[in-house]
Design a protein around this ligand. Structure first.
Ligand code: PLP
Length: 387
């Protein structure tokens, strides 16, 4: 066998944070205390009603495939959720259950992006976006964003960057890594601009349940002609279950179903049954309490990082991340993160993982640890900065 790896893999960079994570694990194995603020998943366990629903299903039935679009009961529950949350009437036929938001991205881009076409997205952004586009033979066009647009795209930025081969625009709000939320005005302007150009709009709403002190607007409130990507991973604390969803414009339903049949056959059946319990009133009460806890953590971390001299250009309003400018302390945030881990046992993610826009001046802190742990992290950070 010729053992050459496909050329497309040359562009796939690893997550730099994995290097830090591995080292953190090694240090832990040697007995060091490590505070993890690098990982993008809730520290909360999957809620009990969800686990119980899955166990009941597994015990009672043989776990077989479902149809590629997913369980109709779950698709209906998601459609109802849009009615309650956003006052949007949505046909369940437009909702597809997917293996996480990651599966939703593959389907959305798979049915709409041609090789050689370009997708506009922010820099910084979630690193996998570019790799999904690459895998399908497209190209990402990164647009540097900053505090002036809350680290999001805007109508004028779309106009300035749209080219002949541009196929569409991808946004994630709240954003990973900045936690900032796009304003309703900017979101509507971007969608209008994309529709005017005849392009596709992809809205990653995975952090929608985790928005503090305000409401996030779904792209579906402004247009039916959008792809909405979402997941049970974050707000519902179900990362490992691999279940999410995709809402598609009517005319793409058939193509999405065919692609899903071919690349996934179905989303894990027990995870779909488990997710049926996610929207129960009792469960939502628990999730709202977790959300309040995240908000307290955000306030705690925000206050202390500012006190220590980090610059946080826009106060994050969602997700569980703070993207802090550390240029007062270093010109190499990766080196800073490695030294912080070695010397003080605090793990964070370097800006390098999210793009090339001034990346050496940023660190992402994930507040996926309780306040008691984070206050130790802050003490250690203070020692580190005073060294
Ligand atoms: C912005 C964003 N989109 C999508 C994903 C993928 O999530 P999932 O676990 O649902 O595949 C993540 C995961 O961290 C994310 O941060």
């Amino acid at each position: 066998m010729k053992s050459t790896i496909a050329r497309r893999m040359q562009g796939f960079s690893p997550f730099y944070v994995m290097e830090l994570l591995q080292r953190a694990k090694q240090l832990e194995a040697e007995g060091r205390s490590i505070i993890h603020m690098e990982i993008g998943e809730p520290d909360f366990e999957t809620p009990k009603p969800i686990i119980e629903k899955a166990l009941k299903y597994i015990q009672a039935a043989d776990v077989k495939y479902t149809g590629a679009a997913g369980l109709i009961e779950l698709r209906e529950k998601i459609a109802d959720f849009y009615q309650q949350q956003y006052n949007v009437k949505l046909s369940p036929q437009r909702v597809f259950i997917t293996p996480g938001a990651s599966g939703a991205f593959l389907l959305a881009l798979g049915v709409s992006l041609n090789p050689g076409e370009e997708i506009l997205m922010t820099d910084p952004c979630y690193p996998c976006n570019d790799n999904f586009v690459r895998l399908l033979g497209g190209q990402s066009k990164f647009i540097d964003v900053d505090a002036s647009t809350d680290f999001h795209l805007s109508g004028p930025l779309i106009t300035q960057n749209w080219q002949e081969n541009t196929r569409g625009v991808l946004i994630a709000s709240p954003s990973n890594p900045t936690g900032t939320v796009i304003s309703a005005v900017a979101l509507e302007a971007v969608i209008q601009q994309v529709n005017k150009q005849g392009g596709c709009f992809y809205s990653d709403e995975i952090y929608h349940g985790l928005v503090y002190g305000k409401k996030a607007y779904s792209a579906l409130q402004f247009s039916d002609e959008v792809f909405v990507i979402n997941s049970f991973s974050k707000y519902f604390s179900m990362t490992g279950w691999r279940v999410g969803w995709l809402v598609v414009p009517e005319q793409f339903c058939d193509a999405v179903e065919r692609l899903a049949q071919n690349i996934f056959i179905s989303t894990p059946t027990h995870s779909q049954y488990a997710a049926l319990a996610a929207f129960n009133a009792e469960n939502l009460v628990e999730l709202e309490q977790r959300k309040s806890e995240f908000e307290k953590r955000r306030d705690f971390l925000y206050t202390h990082l500012l006190r220590l001299g980090f610059d946080i250009e826009v106060k994050p309003e969602g997700a569980f991340y703070i993207y802090a400018n550390c240029s007062r302390f270093t010109d190499d945030s990766f080196k800073f993160a490695k030294e912080l881990l070695e010397q003080q046992g605090v793990a964070v993610t370097p800006g390098k993982d999210f793009g090339k826009n001034n990346e050496n001046h940023y660190i992402r802190f994930a507040y996926t640890a309780p306040i008691a742990k984070m206050s130790v992290a802050i003490e250690r950070l203070e020692n580190f900065l005073c060294r």
